[in-house]
Ligand binder design. Structure first.
Ligand code: ATP
Length: 261
Protein backbone atom coordinates (compact mmCIF):
# COMPACT_ATOMS: atom_id res chain seq x y z
CA UNK A 1 0.00 0.00 0.00
CA UNK A 2 1.29 3.40 -0.95
CA UNK A 3 1.93 5.62 2.05
CA UNK A 4 0.51 9.11 2.03
CA UNK A 5 0.18 11.90 4.54
CA UNK A 6 -3.26 11.74 6.12
CA UNK A 7 -2.79 14.14 9.03
CA UNK A 8 -0.54 17.17 8.83
CA UNK A 9 -0.08 19.76 11.56
CA UNK A 10 2.02 22.84 10.89
CA UNK A 11 3.10 25.11 13.75
CA UNK A 12 -0.08 24.35 15.68
CA UNK A 13 -0.52 26.11 19.02
CA UNK A 14 -3.55 26.14 21.29
CA UNK A 15 -4.54 27.49 24.70
CA UNK A 16 -7.78 27.09 26.69
CA UNK A 17 -6.98 30.09 28.87
CA UNK A 18 -3.75 32.02 29.11
CA UNK A 19 -1.19 29.23 28.99
CA UNK A 20 -0.20 27.31 25.88
CA UNK A 21 -1.31 23.71 26.19
CA UNK A 22 -0.07 22.75 22.71
CA UNK A 23 2.82 24.78 21.30
CA UNK A 24 4.37 24.81 17.82
CA UNK A 25 3.44 21.25 16.93
CA UNK A 26 4.57 19.98 13.54
CA UNK A 27 3.42 16.50 12.73
CA UNK A 28 3.06 14.33 9.68
CA UNK A 29 1.10 11.07 10.02
CA UNK A 30 1.38 8.61 7.15
CA UNK A 31 -1.20 6.01 6.22
CA UNK A 32 -0.45 2.49 7.40
CA UNK A 33 1.33 3.55 10.59
CA UNK A 34 0.45 2.48 14.13
CA UNK A 35 1.46 5.43 16.29
CA UNK A 36 1.64 5.64 20.05
CA UNK A 37 1.22 9.17 21.44
CA UNK A 38 2.93 9.37 24.83
CA UNK A 39 3.85 12.11 27.29
CA UNK A 40 3.40 13.07 30.95
CA UNK A 41 0.00 13.90 32.48
CA UNK A 42 -1.32 17.21 31.26
CA UNK A 43 1.16 17.39 28.36
CA UNK A 44 -1.57 18.11 25.81
CA UNK A 45 -2.11 14.66 24.27
CA UNK A 46 -5.93 14.69 24.46
CA UNK A 47 -5.98 18.30 23.36
CA UNK A 48 -3.89 17.42 20.32
CA UNK A 49 -6.46 14.74 19.46
CA UNK A 50 -9.29 17.28 19.91
CA UNK A 51 -7.47 19.62 17.53
CA UNK A 52 -7.17 16.87 14.91
CA UNK A 53 -10.85 16.03 15.27
CA UNK A 54 -11.83 19.68 14.87
CA UNK A 55 -13.36 19.76 18.37
CA UNK A 56 -11.22 22.77 19.29
CA UNK A 57 -9.66 25.27 16.89
CA UNK A 58 -5.95 26.06 16.82
CA UNK A 59 -4.99 29.59 17.85
CA UNK A 60 -2.03 29.37 15.50
CA UNK A 61 -0.98 27.11 12.67
CA UNK A 62 -2.86 24.83 10.31
CA UNK A 63 -4.25 21.30 10.26
CA UNK A 64 -4.85 19.20 7.16
CA UNK A 65 -6.79 15.92 7.13
CA UNK A 66 -6.48 13.73 4.04
CA UNK A 67 -5.02 16.68 2.15
CA UNK A 68 -7.79 19.13 3.05
CA UNK A 69 -7.90 21.94 5.57
CA UNK A 70 -10.09 21.33 8.62
CA UNK A 71 -12.55 23.84 7.20
CA UNK A 72 -12.85 21.97 3.89
CA UNK A 73 -12.87 18.52 5.41
CA UNK A 74 -16.30 16.83 5.46
CA UNK A 75 -15.64 13.13 5.27
CA UNK A 76 -15.66 12.47 9.01
CA UNK A 77 -16.65 8.82 8.63
CA UNK A 78 -13.07 8.24 7.44
CA UNK A 79 -11.95 8.87 11.02
CA UNK A 80 -13.02 6.63 13.89
CA UNK A 81 -12.61 7.75 17.49
CA UNK A 82 -12.65 5.71 20.69
CA UNK A 83 -12.32 7.71 23.89
CA UNK A 84 -11.13 6.62 27.30
CA UNK A 85 -14.60 7.17 28.73
CA UNK A 86 -16.24 4.85 26.22
CA UNK A 87 -16.48 1.83 28.46
CA UNK A 88 -18.73 3.30 31.09
CA UNK A 89 -22.18 1.80 30.53
CA UNK A 90 -23.67 0.46 33.72
CA UNK A 91 -25.46 -2.85 33.89
CA UNK A 92 -28.90 -1.31 33.54
CA UNK A 93 -28.23 0.53 30.28
CA UNK A 94 -31.04 -0.48 27.89
CA UNK A 95 -29.22 -1.17 24.62
CA UNK A 96 -27.91 -4.28 22.96
CA UNK A 97 -24.39 -4.52 21.62
CA UNK A 98 -25.55 -4.41 17.99
CA UNK A 99 -27.64 -1.29 18.65
CA UNK A 100 -24.59 0.46 20.07
CA UNK A 101 -22.50 -0.56 17.04
CA UNK A 102 -25.17 0.67 14.61
CA UNK A 103 -25.02 4.16 16.14
CA UNK A 104 -21.60 4.36 14.43
CA UNK A 105 -23.49 4.51 11.13
CA UNK A 106 -25.60 7.52 12.05
CA UNK A 107 -23.23 10.05 10.45
CA UNK A 108 -23.40 8.04 7.23
CA UNK A 109 -27.15 7.50 6.94
CA UNK A 110 -28.49 10.51 8.87
CA UNK A 111 -30.01 10.45 12.34
CA UNK A 112 -33.65 9.98 11.37
CA UNK A 113 -33.43 7.34 8.69
CA UNK A 114 -34.04 3.73 9.59
CA UNK A 115 -31.40 1.06 9.79
CA UNK A 116 -31.89 -1.67 7.20
CA UNK A 117 -30.61 -5.21 6.73
CA UNK A 118 -27.40 -3.99 5.10
CA UNK A 119 -26.61 -1.89 8.17
CA UNK A 120 -27.23 -4.87 10.42
CA UNK A 121 -24.78 -6.91 8.31
CA UNK A 122 -22.17 -4.12 8.57
CA UNK A 123 -22.58 -4.03 12.34
CA UNK A 124 -22.24 -7.82 12.62
CA UNK A 125 -19.17 -7.72 10.39
CA UNK A 126 -17.54 -5.09 12.63
CA UNK A 127 -18.36 -7.23 15.68
CA UNK A 128 -16.76 -10.20 13.93
CA UNK A 129 -13.54 -8.22 13.43
CA UNK A 130 -13.31 -7.48 17.16
CA UNK A 131 -14.39 -11.07 17.97
CA UNK A 132 -17.58 -10.00 19.72
CA UNK A 133 -20.20 -11.29 17.29
CA UNK A 134 -21.58 -13.82 19.76
CA UNK A 135 -22.50 -10.93 22.09
CA UNK A 136 -24.46 -9.01 19.43
CA UNK A 137 -27.77 -9.34 21.27
CA UNK A 138 -26.40 -9.08 24.81
CA UNK A 139 -27.02 -6.00 26.84
CA UNK A 140 -24.02 -3.66 26.59
CA UNK A 141 -24.03 -3.00 30.34
CA UNK A 142 -23.54 -6.68 31.13
CA UNK A 143 -20.13 -6.84 29.41
CA UNK A 144 -16.76 -6.35 31.08
CA UNK A 145 -14.77 -3.14 30.51
CA UNK A 146 -12.54 -4.88 27.96
CA UNK A 147 -15.50 -6.33 26.07
CA UNK A 148 -17.27 -2.95 26.04
CA UNK A 149 -14.13 -1.35 24.67
CA UNK A 150 -14.10 -3.90 21.81
CA UNK A 151 -17.72 -2.98 21.07
CA UNK A 152 -16.72 0.70 20.90
CA UNK A 153 -13.98 -0.19 18.47
CA UNK A 154 -16.59 -2.04 16.39
CA UNK A 155 -18.78 1.08 16.49
CA UNK A 156 -15.83 3.12 15.21
CA UNK A 157 -15.07 0.52 12.52
CA UNK A 158 -18.58 0.22 11.15
CA UNK A 159 -18.19 3.24 8.89
CA UNK A 160 -14.95 1.80 7.41
CA UNK A 161 -12.54 4.45 8.72
CA UNK A 162 -9.03 4.62 7.37
CA UNK A 163 -7.80 6.33 10.53
CA UNK A 164 -8.71 5.19 14.03
CA UNK A 165 -7.84 7.46 16.95
CA UNK A 166 -7.92 5.98 20.44
CA UNK A 167 -7.51 8.04 23.62
CA UNK A 168 -6.25 5.76 26.40
CA UNK A 169 -8.45 2.86 25.32
CA UNK A 170 -6.99 0.41 27.82
CA UNK A 171 -8.30 2.34 30.83
CA UNK A 172 -10.90 -0.01 32.33
CA UNK A 173 -9.57 -3.06 30.49
CA UNK A 174 -8.27 -5.54 33.04
CA UNK A 175 -4.57 -6.34 32.86
CA UNK A 176 -4.96 -9.89 31.60
CA UNK A 177 -6.92 -8.69 28.56
CA UNK A 178 -4.63 -5.80 27.63
CA UNK A 179 -2.35 -8.03 25.50
CA UNK A 180 -5.34 -9.38 23.54
CA UNK A 181 -6.46 -5.80 23.07
CA UNK A 182 -3.10 -4.83 21.56
CA UNK A 183 -3.23 -7.93 19.35
CA UNK A 184 -6.60 -6.74 18.05
CA UNK A 185 -5.16 -3.30 17.28
CA UNK A 186 -2.20 -4.93 15.51
CA UNK A 187 -4.65 -6.94 13.40
CA UNK A 188 -6.63 -3.83 12.45
CA UNK A 189 -3.41 -2.13 11.42
CA UNK A 190 -1.81 -5.00 9.52
CA UNK A 191 -4.76 -6.91 8.10
CA UNK A 192 -7.29 -4.13 7.57
CA UNK A 193 -4.69 -1.45 6.75
CA UNK A 194 -6.18 1.00 9.25
CA UNK A 195 -3.86 3.75 10.47
CA UNK A 196 -3.92 3.90 14.26
CA UNK A 197 -3.10 6.78 16.57
CA UNK A 198 -3.30 5.80 20.20
CA UNK A 199 -2.79 7.94 23.30
CA UNK A 200 -1.35 5.86 26.10
CA UNK A 201 0.68 5.94 29.28
CA UNK A 202 1.71 2.37 28.77
CA UNK A 203 5.10 3.02 27.19
CA UNK A 204 6.55 -0.46 27.63
CA UNK A 205 3.69 -2.13 25.80
CA UNK A 206 3.09 0.46 23.09
CA UNK A 207 6.68 0.38 21.88
CA UNK A 208 6.32 -3.37 21.36
CA UNK A 209 3.23 -2.96 19.19
CA UNK A 210 3.31 0.46 17.52
CA UNK A 211 5.42 1.18 14.46
CA UNK A 212 6.05 4.76 15.58
CA UNK A 213 6.08 6.82 18.75
CA UNK A 214 5.26 10.48 19.23
CA UNK A 215 6.44 11.87 22.54
CA UNK A 216 5.03 15.25 23.47
CA UNK A 217 5.10 17.73 26.29
CA UNK A 218 3.23 20.74 24.84
CA UNK A 219 5.40 20.36 21.77
CA UNK A 220 6.61 17.22 20.02
CA UNK A 221 9.96 16.13 21.46
CA UNK A 222 10.30 12.93 19.51
CA UNK A 223 8.56 11.41 16.51
CA UNK A 224 10.12 8.35 14.98
CA UNK A 225 10.22 4.58 14.76
CA UNK A 226 9.47 2.58 17.92
CA UNK A 227 12.78 0.79 17.51
CA UNK A 228 14.59 4.11 17.70
CA UNK A 229 12.57 5.13 20.78
CA UNK A 230 13.45 1.85 22.49
CA UNK A 231 17.15 2.65 22.14
CA UNK A 232 16.86 5.70 24.39
CA UNK A 233 18.50 5.50 27.79
CA UNK A 234 16.56 6.53 30.88
CA UNK A 235 18.52 9.79 30.88
CA UNK A 236 17.50 10.51 27.26
CA UNK A 237 13.89 9.84 28.16
CA UNK A 238 14.06 12.08 31.21
CA UNK A 239 15.27 14.83 28.93
CA UNK A 240 12.47 14.16 26.47
CA UNK A 241 9.83 14.26 29.15
CA UNK A 242 11.34 17.06 31.22
CA UNK A 243 11.93 16.84 34.96
CA UNK A 244 8.56 15.25 35.71
CA UNK A 245 9.51 11.66 35.00
CA UNK A 246 10.24 9.76 38.18
CA UNK A 247 10.40 6.30 36.80
CA UNK A 248 10.47 5.25 33.22
CA UNK A 249 11.94 2.06 31.93
CA UNK A 250 11.21 -0.44 29.21
CA UNK A 251 10.82 -3.10 31.83
CA UNK A 252 7.23 -4.30 31.51
CA UNK A 253 6.70 -4.44 35.23
CA UNK A 254 7.55 -0.74 35.54
CA UNK A 255 6.34 0.84 32.38
CA UNK A 256 4.07 3.57 33.68
CA UNK A 257 5.09 7.19 33.44
CA UNK A 258 4.94 8.21 37.03
CA UNK A 259 4.23 11.88 37.43
CA UNK A 260 4.42 12.77 41.08
CA UNK A 261 5.97 16.20 41.19
N1 ATP B 1 -11.53 21.98 28.73
C1 ATP B 1 -10.42 22.47 29.31
N2 ATP B 1 -10.40 23.74 29.79
C2 ATP B 1 -9.28 24.24 30.37
N3 ATP B 1 -8.12 23.56 30.49
C3 ATP B 1 -8.08 22.31 30.03
C4 ATP B 1 -9.24 21.69 29.42
N4 ATP B 1 -8.90 20.43 29.05
C5 ATP B 1 -7.60 20.25 29.41
N5 ATP B 1 -7.12 21.37 30.00
C6 ATP B 1 -5.73 21.58 30.48
O1 ATP B 1 -4.86 21.47 29.37
C7 ATP B 1 -3.67 20.77 29.73
C8 ATP B 1 -3.48 19.58 28.80
O2 ATP B 1 -4.54 18.65 29.04
P1 ATP B 1 -4.71 17.34 28.19
O3 ATP B 1 -5.91 16.64 28.72
O4 ATP B 1 -4.68 17.68 26.75
O5 ATP B 1 -3.39 16.54 28.56
P2 ATP B 1 -3.06 14.98 28.48
O6 ATP B 1 -1.64 14.89 28.08
O7 ATP B 1 -4.07 14.31 27.63
O8 ATP B 1 -3.23 14.55 30.00
P3 ATP B 1 -3.51 13.11 30.67
O9 ATP B 1 -2.36 12.24 30.29
O10 ATP B 1 -3.51 13.43 32.12
O11 ATP B 1 -4.82 12.63 30.16
C9 ATP B 1 -3.81 20.41 31.20
O12 ATP B 1 -3.14 21.38 31.95
C10 ATP B 1 -5.30 20.47 31.44
O13 ATP B 1 -5.57 20.83 32.77
Amino acid sequence: MENRTIVKLENVSFKYDREWVVKDVNLDIQSGQFLGLVGPNGSGKSTLIKLMLGLVKPDQGSIHLFGQTLKQYQDWQEIGFVSQKANSFNSGFPATVIEVVKTGLVSRIGAFKFFNKKHKEKALEALRVVEMEEYAYSNIGELSGGQQQRVFIARALVSDPSLLILDEPTVGVDAKHVTEFYDLLGKLNQEQGITLLMVTHDIGTITDHATHVICMNKTVHFHGASEEYKEFSEEDLNQLYGHSVQQLTHNHTHHEVNHND
